[in-house]
Design a protein around this ligand. Structure first.
Ligand code: IMP
Ligand code: MG
Length: 196
């Protein structure tokens, strides 16, 4: 990891963090790659990026600037029922799209796919609104954890099962402002991953 990533990390965060999983430099390079790919794939189309709040907000902001096409973006906010760490797949929509997506070329922009249950629900919901096309772009994906198959067209990094924070991802709403992805050391998911 570049020393740069640790400069300016709040002291209150520092003690809780484990290894850096993806550096800010690696994120920058990957986001540029994904943007170039989308730019090529949508050469004749105007994509509508749908960001899932709040985790994907940083990713969407950076990704949109790497897509050199006319585009629009919108956001949805959802909350999943169940405990804070385990998704049940039952999702409540807290903020819906501002506009209809019928006939639009939609790209769902997500921060991380774990079980895939949240996205599975969301994709069914969006598909019912008859977009012309519907693709998924996620920056991170936890390897081997998906409980439902998610058709992911654009994927940044496959990562391990530890609980991670940074670059939009939170634990109890904190840590989103770190520019890199880092293990949250003292978290049940991290401890479970360390035991196995
Ligand atoms: P899924 O429905 O199990 O795929 O859960 C996806 C959502 O859970 C993501 O959009 C995140 O908000 C959250 N999530 C899953 N894993 C992590 C993690 O390691 N750190 C922070 N949030 C996570
Ligand atoms: Mg999320």
């Amino acid at each position: 990891m570049e020393v740069d990533d640790l400069v300016g990390v709040p002291e209150a965060y520092g003690a809780q963090l484990g290894e850096v999983v993806v550096t800010s430099e690696q994120i920058r390079a990957k986001v540029a790659e994904l943007g170039a790919e989308i730019t090529r794939d949508y050469a004749e189309k105007e994509p509508l990026l749908v960001g899932i709040l709040k985790g994907a907000s940083l990713f969407l902001a950076d990704l949109a600037r790497e897509i050199h096409r006319p585009l629009r973006f919108d956001f949805m906010a959802i909350s999943s029922y169940g405990s804070a760490t385990k998704t049940s797949g039952v999702v409540r929509i807290l903020k819906d799209l501002d506009h209809e997506i019928e006939g639009q070329h939609v790209i769902v922009v997500e921060d991380i796919i774990d079980s895939g249950l949240t996205l599975n629900y969301l994709l069914r919901y969006l598909r019912a609104r008859r977009p012309a096309s519907l693709e998924v772009c996620t920056l991170f994906s936890k390897e081997g954890r998906q409980r439902v198959p998610i058709p992911v067209r654009y994927e940044g990094f496959k990562i391990g099962p530890e609980f991670v924070v940074g670059y939009g991802l939170d634990f109890q709403e904190r840590f989103r402002n770190l520019g890199f992805l880092v293990v949250l050391a003292d978290h049940p998911e991290t401890r479970a991953a360390r035991r196995s």
